[in-house]
Design a protein around this ligand. Structure first.
Ligand SMILES: [Zn+2]
Length: 194
């Protein structure tokens, strides 16, 4: 493997002290966290070979999950590149925009199965809809979206399954299953839709 070193000069004073770097989201070398990602991509691309796939997911499945950093969907579900669509947001909530993505996934790209994954210790459990009111008080404008906070993760998964099953836009709603991922054990627990 060859490593290409790109020397970048910047006029801005980037943090060099490691503590400063952590506070500002930078790295030990003085670059920002995004610089670090771009460098990692150069190494990735150097080893990358075109898999020659089209855009249709090999397993015909779309996974809707929380954006939580502890949930590695591909590792946790044994998925390979090209296998599935992954649709993620705060909570793994089935919003109108998730329905938009699922509709395109099924109607344009051939998926038939939907897997919903919420998890233990979700940040949305510590929020309430007052979050919207606080935002309005702060910025003078009420968000159009709901926070979708919840107290009972099982019930939230059931509601999400229901939203998918009852969507008029989807072609396939017979294989919709919901789970809670335990961030401490890595295990999925299936939620009964009833
Ligand atoms: Zn979460």
């Amino acid at each position: 493997m060859t490593t290409t070193v790109i020397v970048m000069t910047t006029s801005a004073s980037l943090p060099t002290d490691p503590e400063d770097a952590i506070r500002t989201g930078g790295t030990r070398d003085g670059g920002t966290v995004t610089d670090r990602l771009v460098e990692a991509n150069e190494r990735y691309a150097a080893e990358f070979t075109d898999p020659g796939m089209d855009a249709r997911p090999v397993l015909g499945v779309a996974v809707v999950a929380c954006m939580d950093a502890r949930l590695d969907l591909h590792d946790a579900l044994g998925l390979e590149l090209g296998d599935c669509h992954t649709i993620r947001n705060a909570g793994g909530v089935v919003t109108d925009d998730v329905i938009r993505s699922l509709t395109i996934s099924q109607r344009a790209l051939g998926t038939r199965s939907v897997v919903l994954i919420h998890h233990t210790g979700c940040g949305l459990e510590s929020l309430t809809e007052e979050f919207r009111q606080d935002l309005e008080n702060e910025v003078g404008q009420r968000p159009t979206w709901a926070v979708e906070s919840f107290r009972d993760v099982d019930q939230d998964v059931r509601q999400s399954m229901q939203r998918v099953r009852t969507s008029p836009f989807l072609l396939h709603t017979d294989d919709v299953r919901g789970f809670v991922f335990d961030v401490k054990t890595g295990l999925l627990r299936e939620i009964d839709p009833a």
